[in-house]
Ligand binder design. Structure first.
Ligand code: ZN
Ligand code: MN
Length: 476
């Protein structure tokens, strides 16, 4: 793949680094025993520690650390001895006036993430930090400017986060979207986060810049904050990159700043001018000891690592013969286990994967692997046409059951091929001119015959068998 984004004007390339914040799915917060849950009544999951009251001290959550290290290993990182640090700044949703994070000695460093098409993105670090509370600006359009007043909910303050920082090695919008999807899939597969972008338990910021094609300089970047879907990430990056190109081409230059994505307007807007690390006056957190993971602990994490999405795609391709893109879709939907179980029960791989990709986007409902396998075999064996199989599948998803019974109840009788041949012969006899064109190699007329046969059989004929009969007749 070339470096230039397909959407950028000739001569420019895109440079993107992504920062993904993922809330860890622990029962309690990072430094106190308050529940870590989404959607509770505001300011009910709080205590002196996560409210930053004087005299309160942090106590580290062991599970959060284990989850962070597990994620680090899943991203192929080194898991290091690490030190917590205070990142100092004022914002009303952060009651201590500093965030406990990690700075120069983060837990995970130097990882890599392979995208479904094989492109590899370097991971600079994946460090542990606490989340902030949540501000709501009431009145106006929800932004702070123009609001009548603001409310703060501290339920989220102190929830454990991992911030995954990629290297600026992403050069197309497609790879940026694939990267975010892959991170989400890894978070889900490892169980360390529920990774719900719409609930904010996974949030992505994009650092975007452009440069002349062929150059390796890093120009001024803008950071686009908290875009809340994979699709929006793509739109926001594309908008921002084009804005930079326009600025350079008209003799100007972007300035380093934080920008916000406005989904309805389809544009980014200027936020605050971006701080450098120096502005935060980082220093080592005096109330927490360094984290020193034992080698045995990391070995145990590796031992217990579930199969990750990349390996699951390979496995699905192996057993079903499907292509990379379809495998990526099926694994992303977490439906690869169903496909593999159905194949193990004797189902037909290509037919099963075809149905998953095309007909199970809304979930599998009551469908089980046994019934799914049986359905695929009825279809391959010609007992059901593909249209009928799709209808039976929908019924299995909504109310379960055995595909043979469901098909019989729907009146989908197996159409034996001698019956079908009679219908084909009658159709040929009634349309001699069309048939001659078919025999002379006019492939377009094939659809006419198939359509007429489907009509005559009210969709019960198997398209594959119809084509076989037509071919056989034309060669006899
Ligand atoms: Zn608390
Ligand atoms: Mn952060």
């Amino acid at each position: 793949m070339t470096e230039s984004a397909t959407h950028l004007p000739e001569g420019w390339s895109l440079v993107v680094g992504l920062e993904v914040h993922a809330e860890l799915a622990t029962n309690t917060k990072l430094f106190c025993g308050c529940p870590n849950e989404f959607g509770a009544e505001p300011n009910t999951n709080v205590c002196p520690t996560c409210l930053g009251l004087p005299g309160s001290l942090p106590v580290l959550n062991r599970t959060a650390i284990e989850y962070a290290m597990k994620l680090g290993r899943a991203l192929d990182c080194h898991v290091n001895s690490s030190v917590f640090a205070r990142k100092n700044y004022f914002y009303p949703d952060m009651p201590k006036d500093y965030q406990i994070s990690q700075y120069d000695q983060p837990t995970n460093t130097d990882g890599r993430l392979a995208l479904p098409d094989g492109y590899v993105v370097g991971i600079e670090r994946a460090h542990i930090e606490e989340d902030t509370g949540k501000s709501s600006h009431i009145g106006g359009d929800g932004r702070i400017s123009g609001a009548a007043y603001s409310l703060v909910d501290y339920n989220r303050a102190g929830v454990p986060l991992v911030e995954i920082v990629s290297r600026p090695e992403i050069h197309t919008v497609e790879h940026a979207k694939a990267y975010v999807s892959e991170v989400r899939a890894i978070l889900e597969a490892t169980g360390v986060s529920d990774a719900k972008m719409e609930e904010g338990s996974m949030r992505a910021d994009a650092n975007v810049s452009v440069r002349p094609e062929g150059s390796d300089e890093l120009r001024t970047r803008c950071e686009i904050k908290n875009v809340n879907s994979v699709r929006s990430i793509g739109r926001a990056i594309e908008y921002e990159a084009l804005r930079h190109v326009d600025l350079y081409e008209s003799g100007g230059a972007p300035r380093q700043e934080t920008r916000h994505w406005d989904e309805s307007a389809g544009r980014t807007r200027s936020g605050r001018s971006k701080e450098d690390a120096d502005d935060y006056r980082y220093f080592a957190e005096p109330d927490l000891l360094p984290l020193v993971p034992a080698g045995a602990q990391i070995a145990a994490i590796d031992e217990a690592m579930p199969l990750l999405p990349a390996a699951r795609r390979v496995q699905l391709i192996d057993v079903s013969g499907t292509d990379v893109e379809t495998a990526a879709l099926v694994v992303e939907r977490q439906q690869d286990t169903l496909a593999i179980e159905a194949i193990e029960r004797g189902g037909d791989g290509p037919t099963l994967v075809k149905h998953i990709a095309n007909n199970l986007a809304d979930g599998v409902g009551q469908l089980d692997a046994e019934a799914f396998a049986a359905l695929s075999n009825m279809e391959v064996g010609g007992e059901l046409s593909s249209t009928q199989a799709k209808t039976v599948l929908a019924a299995l998803v909504s109310s379960g059951g055995e595909p043979g019974d469901v098909a019989a109840a729907m009146g989908f009788e197996a159409m034996d091929s001698s019956e079908l041949e009679t219908i084909v012969d009658a159709l040929i006899a009634a349309n001699p001119d069309e048939w001659q064109r078919y025999c002379d190699g006019d492939t377009k007329i094939q659809g006419f015959f198939v359509g007429q046969i489907m009509k005559a059989t009210r969709g019960q004929a198997d398209g594959k068998v119809v084509n076989q009969i037509l071919t056989a007749r034309s060669q006899s």
